[in-house]
Design a protein around this ligand. Structure first.
Ligand code: C2E
Ligand code: MG
Ligand code: MG
Ligand code: MG
Length: 278
């Protein structure tokens, strides 16, 4: 099976699981082993300020370093991990590893930036999420202001739970971003009432900015709305100059995309931060 082309760091990955039930069982079984053997790795994609070009954050993106299949992208195992509940263990590891790595960069004398971590719905719905996050911050020594949690619009549908949970998290000092903004089911009500810090414009709107006036209008409107609500806004999936210039013209705050960097190893992030420090 061929997966995403482009400058993807998962191109090493050759052989995918298909959707048959046998393959799904195999995957389930292999995922269990992968958790025990610790076969997951995090890559980090820089987020750039559109005005200064500086790195203002990184997003942690999980990969599975499979002994035979190579580097497996999250799209191939996160859905299964969510279905089976194994996402809880994987998610705990991701959260702790991202915080540990960010603290390590800081201790190496690099400029302090937040790390963004994707939460799955199951993680978001667990009762003790805030305690878990607080414990991880305490264990790793990372200050809460350097952790950003990405949730999707769909997770805010249970408004009661979402407001309780997000209030607790933001009381810790953690920032909340809405990932894939514009693609989920949501009401504007939550944008006004929940303690959200940032919107991430989904890359499907960014992709056709130059050809599709509808997408261009949506992106411009999201940026304007975000600013009027005092939210930061970042565009995902920026691949070319034309897209970047459009975003700059409309005063988008930040961008993330292959144009400036794909997801890379933690070591490479340290190099990028160092190079930009001089
Ligand atoms: P996402 O959170 O929206 O992450 C952005 C995805 O877009 C990443 O794919 C990234 O590699 C890709 N991307 C970045 N720039 C570009 C670009 O310019 N063009 C294109 N075409 N793609 C770009 P990735 O790493 O394969 O992750 C896919 C999804 O898997 C993520 O979407 C996220 O929903 C999920 N995911 C990744 N890591 C985790 C994790 O630790 N926990 C959970 N629950 N989900 C995760
Ligand atoms: Mg994300
Ligand atoms: Mg996204
Ligand atoms: Mg996503």
């Amino acid at each position: 099976k061929v997966k995403d082309s482009g400058k993807n760091d998962c191109l090493l990955y050759s052989e995918a699981w298909d959707n048959s039930s046998l393959e799904r069982l195999t995957l389930q079984h292999e995922l269990k082993g992968a958790i025990q053997r610790g076969e997951f790795v995090l890559h980090y994609q820089p987020q750039y300020h559109l005005g200064t070009g500086k790195i203002v954050g990184v997003e942690a993106l999980v990969r599975w370093q499979h002994p035979e299949r190579g580097l497996v992208p999250p799209g191939f195992f996160i859905p299964q991990a969510e279905e089976s509940g194994m996402i809880m263990q994987i998610g705990d590891w991701v959260l702790e590893e991202a915080c540990r790595q960010n603290k390590a960069w800081q201790e190496d004398g690099l400029r302090h930036i937040p790390v963004s971590v994707n939460l799955s719905i199951r993680q978001f719905l667990q009762q003790n999420l805030t305690d878990k996050v607080a414990n991880i911050l305490a264990r790793t020594g990372l200050k809460a202001e350097f952790l950003d949690l990405e949730i999707t619009e769909t997770m805010t549908m249970d408004v009661k739970h979402a407001s309780r949970c997000l209030l607790d998290l933001t009381k810790l000092g953690v920032n909340i971003s809405i990932d894939d903004f514009g693609t989920g089911y949501s009401s504007f009500h939550y944008l006004k009432n929940l303690p959200i810090g940032r919107l991430k414009i989904d890359r499907s709107f960014v992709r056709d900015i130059q050809q599709d006036p509808g997408d261009a209008a949506i992106v411009a409107a999201i940026i304007a709305m975000a600013h009027n609500l005092n939210l930061q806004v970042i565009a995902e999936g920026v691949e070319n100059e034309v897209q970047m210039q459009f975003l700059q013209k409309h005063m988008c705050d930040e961008m993330q995309g292959y144009l400036w960097s794909p997801p890379v190893s933690g070591g490479k992030i340290a190099e990028l931060l160092q190079a930009r420090q001089q």
